[in-house]
Design a protein around this ligand. Structure first.
Ligand SMILES: [Zn+2]
Length: 129
């Protein structure tokens, strides 16, 4: 699995798997603080961060639908904050089809959509597009 391909969405790297993605990141061995962006020292205690890989499953912390037009994507579009299990909180896309299913505390899985964006789906693992 270490040779699995990775892709970048925003500032975060994802390792692609047949049934989803893992989030590439760092964690603090002293207190468990985690990050998906480069962090050499823990902002909480100063300990040196170590490489970590987080399963692409998590819980919705919050979400919002953006109604303001953007040059980079059609509107409206939905973004979700997802607390990755034992990992960092990430902002990811939510497809138009998935947006009505979203709830705070909903269990979601992350995947890379056809536009290369990290997205969340409330669906059984591997059941989304
Ligand atoms: Zn720490």
């Amino acid at each position: 699995m270490e040779d699995s391909p990775t892709t970048r969405s925003g500032a975060v790297d994802y390792r692609l798997r047949p049934d989803g993605v893992d989030v590439v990141g760092w964690s603090c061995p002293a207190d468990g603080y985690s990050s998906a962006v480069v962090a050499f020292a823990c902002p909480l205690c100063g300990e040196r961060m170590v490489d970590a890989m987080f399963d692409g499953l998590g819980t919705v912390w919050s979400f919002t639908t953006i109604l303001v037009p953007s040059p980079s994507r059609p509107d409206p579009y939905t973004l979700a904050y997802v607390d990755v299990d034992n990992g960092p909180r990430l902002v990811v896309d939510v497809s138009e089809a998935e947006a009505p299913n979203l709830r705070v505390d909903a269990r979601v899985e992350l995947y890379i959509d056809k536009n290369g964006r990290a997205s969340a789906a409330v669906a059984p693992r591997g059941a989304h597009e």
